[in-house]
Design a protein around this ligand. Sequence first.
Ligand code: G3P
Ligand code: CA
Length: 352
Amino acid sequence: MTRLMLIAALLLVPMVASAQETHMPNKPLLIAHRGASGERPEHTLLSYELAIAQGADFIEPDLVPTKDGVLVARHENNITDTTDVAAHPEFATRKATKTIDGETMTGWFTEDFTLAELKTLRARERLPELRPGNTAYDGKAEIPTFDEIIALAKRASKATGRTIGIYPETKHPSYFASIGLPLEARLLAKLQEAGWDSADAPVFIQSFEVNNLIALKQRTKVRLIQLMDASGGPADKAEPSYAAMATPAGLRKVAAYAYGIGPARAMILPPSGTATSLVADAHAAGLRVHPWTFRAENVFLSPAYRTGAPAEHGRLAEEIRYFIGLGVDGFFTDFPHIGFEARAAAAPAPAQ
Ligand code: G3P
Ligand code: CA
């Protein structure tokens, strides 16, 4: 797509999206993974704003706490790779080695910084070799708070006439509970403050762990999503493996507390190229299905949709359309504008 075509498409988004709301449900849901993280440093307001301009229904913040208990958006509490913290001599002594969910790592961690301190840092691109264009935005954005993200979603909903939802993920919930910074009460308090604590609020809460979702089910009506990875199992060891959780019997257990599942793409379309029955099995258990993560670079695409070198873009729109054809109810993508176009191309024409 040329730059001119992209600008024209972006200008059309509010009108097209409104038409969708009038004539058909926004299905499957377009979830901006860490914002439009294919084109801006992830988990910045720049990234979320672009995602909204590109037609996303939901923006996705991964949440971790600061030392003073404020929820901020980072994919992990180790901020070494996504901020300029290493270039701040005043924080040199905060460098630490920690074991989190069984993985030992060295770096700087959000729970060792107050919000005021974190706000002196600037975000930078996680994948500079794969996404060199994004480095132009290095140093331009702060780490956003959950408050700021809710405010953005509300502001954008008003400005566009669309409902922009949020799709927060609790990161490392057992670990944060173990150090006295549990995420859940803070998350629920913010949702209540926002008036987004009902079953029809434009919010999904997601977690790779199980026990915190089961506990949340007792405390909130907000829809809960059980994340599943293509290998391993939940860090809280509540279930032996994600593979077991994805069986028909496992899915029935999940359905007792969750509205849906967020499986890795490969659990639906493995590299072999033959789709599994996960979408149908989850639907049979009464669960919605929101797979992750659709990325344009060949290195991430399913083998059938790759064209060219690993860092080049392949046929993401076709891959998304394939999953839409399988009946998914939503999808996470780093490239919301491609997701928007793919969904529009896959949808039946509205009745005249
Ligand atoms: O939350 C869906 C997807 O984002 C899970 O993967 O590692 O990108 O948070 P991750
Ligand atoms: Ca996530």
